[in-house]
Design a protein around this ligand. Structure first.
Ligand code: PGA
Length: 252
């Protein structure tokens, strides 16, 4: 089942998504949360940190597994996803850093790192709530469009579109790493709940196609149509095409 929520603004979307995440942590304080990077979830992370500093929620027993990491980049690099998570979320909440996990982008053997990461997720008993963004090309994590859905954590070559989209964070597109490690479709689909955050007009078309078009590895997010519990929190520009074509799908 997929439930769409549309807020007028990015701030409204972030507050709504933070409420869903906080509810998960309140209901199960030792939740395993799958986390995502990118510009979209930053507002949600800020809202959650505010709830934590007001004493409304605690992350002290929460364990986290991040979706992905660039390959070949040091965790101290300011564009690594480990660095992003520490700065934008972990340092602002009461989580134990030892309970947080990001694929190791400096692992010597990327395939061995993929196997380690899958075993880690299994050892946690899977993911209770998986946070996702969506790429302009439909990617979730760094599961890029292709000919097949890849089940396990995998070592992938980034598409030109993703390199272009992410070049805004680097001095130039040449500096964007070309490879990444990403949790695969199995761990995402086995998560008990999915929480997707999406904002901006540039995502409106791919979002509508993902949830109302064919299920195809050419649009990796489309697999979520088969998940039993998906909440999509969007702002009005991102939800515009869904609001126009499928207004009945938006429940709040
Ligand atoms: P963005 O990235 O939040 O920076 O748009 C989303 C994604 O690529 O998953």
């Amino acid at each position: 089942m997929i439930r769409f929520y549309c807020a007028e603004t990015y701030e409204g979307m972030s507050a709504r998504a933070a409420t869903f995440m906080a509810a998960q942590v309140l209901a199960k304080p030792d939740s395993v949360i799958g986390l995502a990077t990118g510009s979209t979830p930053i507002g949600m992370y800020t809202a959650l940190a505010d709830k934590c500093s007001r004493g409304e929620i605690t992350f002290k027993d929460v364990r986290t597994v991040n979706l992905d990491e660039y390959y070949g980049i040091d965790p101290t690099h300011d564009q690594s996803y480990r660095y992003f998570m520490n700065k934008n979320f972990f340092e602002k909440i009461d989580i134990c850093l030892g309970n947080t996990n990001v694929p190791n982008g400096k692992a010597e053997d990327p395939q061995a790192e993929c196997a380690r990461y899958d075993a880690l997720i299994d050892s946690y008993g899977g993911i209770d709530m998986q946070l996702l963004g969506i790429g302009r090309d439909g990617h979730i994590g760094f599961n890029e469009p292709g000919d097949a859905f890849i089940p396990g954590t995998n070592y992938i070559k980034l598409t030109e579109d993703t390199i272009d989209a992410n070049s805004r964070f680097f001095a130039s597109a040449d500096e964007v790493p070309k490879y990444a490690l990403t949790t695969g479709i199995r761990a995402i689909m086995q998560a008990k709940k999915i929480l997707m955050v999406v904002n901006g007009e540039s995502k409106a078309k791919i979002l509508e196609e993902a949830f109302f078009g064919p299920i195809t590895p050419a649009n990796p997010a489309s697999i979520l149509q088969l998940h039993p519990d998906v909440v999509v929190c969007g702002d009005a520009p991102a939800m515009a095409i869904i609001a126009e074509k499928h207004p009945e799908a938006i429940i709040g």
